[in-house]
Design a protein around this ligand. Sequence first.
Ligand code: IPM
Ligand code: MG
Length: 346
Amino acid sequence: MIVLLPGDGIGAEVVGAARRVLDAVAPDLAYETHAIGGAAIDEGGDPLPPRTLEACLGADAVILGAVGGPKWSDPRAAVRPEQGLLRLRSALGVYANLRPVRVIEALAARSPLRPERVAGVDFLVVRELTGGIYFGSPRGRDTESGEVRAFDTMSYSRTEIARVVELACRFAEGRRRKVTSVDKANVLESSRLWRETAEEVCAEHPEVTLEHQLVDSCAMRLLTHAREFDVIVTSNLFGDILTDEAAALTGSLGVLPSASVGDGTRGLYEPIHGSAPDIAGKGIANPVGTIASAALMLRHSLDRPDAAAAIEAAIERALGAGALTTELGGDLGTEAMTDRILDALA
Ligand code: IPM
Ligand code: MG
């Protein structure tokens, strides 16, 4: 069983599009739809209601649209949509977030960078997802210094680092065998443990070349030499930031998928874009990121690599034939773009 979590903003539109494509390639799959994020707060005050969590824990895979929006973003709010997503990632034990970044030829001209800089870019970001500053304690506020002070904690255990680096090495073995571990080891103690652990783990994978890079220079190299990357492995916060930057290389945040995985086959699949409240309900959201995430689900969680490859090829064919949503300079809405992908499947 697959749980659909449309969430907020454009979430319902893009998840609906992915469902149409899934119905075409895998009509036998069963679904349940549940509330998460701001929509769930509106229903019952909890961004991850027990029924939603229970369904996800019992599912083979979960597809999520997006969470959050201006309605729930008051900085003083005690309950926030994003808490639902973070709790879900943690409860599912999906400690690695895989974000493949590939510049599709048809979109190279849409990149803000010169096409010759982005042509052939093909790397995988493995972002640690259930630790680091997103989950560290203590966090909060105090007034001990006479004024209000807020604090978060960035902490990593050796185990948390080792398992995600191990996964990165295994992916690298199936690719160009290069891992770039990104940290801020010149400043942060947690980064020094990260670097040390990455060395130890990669030593067990002799055919993989490991390089270390500081996050600030990695941010620059993504714009200047993105082709050099094969697998990037990094902490939760750095991965969050770098993948939005990486997405821009491809021309649109709207086309990038992600898979969050742990030790088993169950996974959480979501586009890397957010809830885009400015365009929600207009029928113009780009469905490609979510449809591509559904393909990742078919491959990683459901062991249907052929169906996954069929979707990926159809996306590429549709884009190659000039099917583009408005943020990419085209004139297709969500439905029409999905139709073009369905046509390309046939
Ligand atoms: C992402 C998002 C989330 C994150 C937010 C919505 C909590 O930005 O999946 O990249 O920061 O992980
Ligand atoms: Mg993000």
